[in-house]
Design a protein around this ligand. Structure first.
Ligand code: 6GU
Length: 235
């Protein structure tokens, strides 16, 4: 799968995805991440890509022309016009289902805004998906783009190795993950739960499900309620 990030800070993206599991996937050629510098499409000798908002107000707005030109040049080189995900606090909140949907694409463009956002006319022309990563304010779309690349990449076949399986984790069954333990058996006087040492696979699974449910109920009552409704619990 190929990600193409349209941004004013290409180095931030490339630095961010080059380590750990995404970095390995890129080195193995399973995933690629290219960063297109929107400023390269400024079309004026001062390389200016932003201006004051019509109607007044604080900050600067990214101009439509460089954003559209950057996308058009990319689309021309790809021979198709891929989906464009615009990272914005005004979008739908990102979730696992959206990650699964994006993972089906061969090419995915991610558009990052900065300052007070991007001229609406550019968005109307190229954006297919408006995505936020949560209810807080960031200075730009680059960190959110990296969040999306990370979550989507790990669903691409061949990115995770068998020991890193994508399925049994939080959200895949709508529940938070159970607690994990590794050696030693006793740390600062605290023992690993006995059932995990028992070798009794069914009991281990039962314990993990109980812990998942307990945690979900405590920390994410919204997810717990949905889980109950799906499983006909407490009606
Ligand atoms: Cl996608 N962008 C910005 N600038 N801030 C955010 C966000 C995105 N998601 C949450 N806050």
């Amino acid at each position: 799968m190929n990600f193409h990030v349209l941004t004013l800070f290409p180095d931030m993206i490339l630095q961010g995805v080059n380590t750990s599991i995404t970095g390995r996937a890129i080195k193995n050629g399973v995933v690629s991440v290219s960063a297109v510098n929107i400023r390269d499409y400024a079309g004026n000798k001062h390389m200016k890509v932003d201006d004051y908002p019509y109607g007044g107000g604080a900050g600067l707005v990214m101009q439509a022309a460089p954003v559209c030109a950057a996308y058009d040049a990319l689309a021309e080189s790809l021979g198709k016009r891929p989906r464009v995900v615009y990272m914005t606090p005004q979008g739908y909140t990102f979730n696992q289902k959206m990650a699964q949907d994006f993972a089906k694409e061969e090419e995915l463009v991610i558009l990052c805004g900065h300052y007070e956002g991007i001229d609406e006319r550019a968005l109307e022309r190229i954006v297919t998906d408006y995505v936020s990563i949560g209810d807080y304010v960031l200075t730009g779309g680059e960190l959110p783009a990296m969040v999306v690349i990370d979550a989507v990449s790990r669903l691409v076949p061949g990115v995770l190795h068998n020991s890193e399986s994508a399925e049994t984790e939080s959200f895949e069954n709508g529940l938070l993950e159970y607690p994990q333990y590794t050696r030693p058996e006793v740390f600062e006087g605290k023992r690993v739960p006995e059932v995990l040492l028992s070798g009794h696979h069914a009991n281990v699974e039962k314990w993990r499900l109980e812990k998942s449910i307990e945690r979900t109920k405590k920390y994410r009552p919204d997810l717990y309620q949905a889980y109950c409704e799906r499983n006909g619990i407490g009606i």
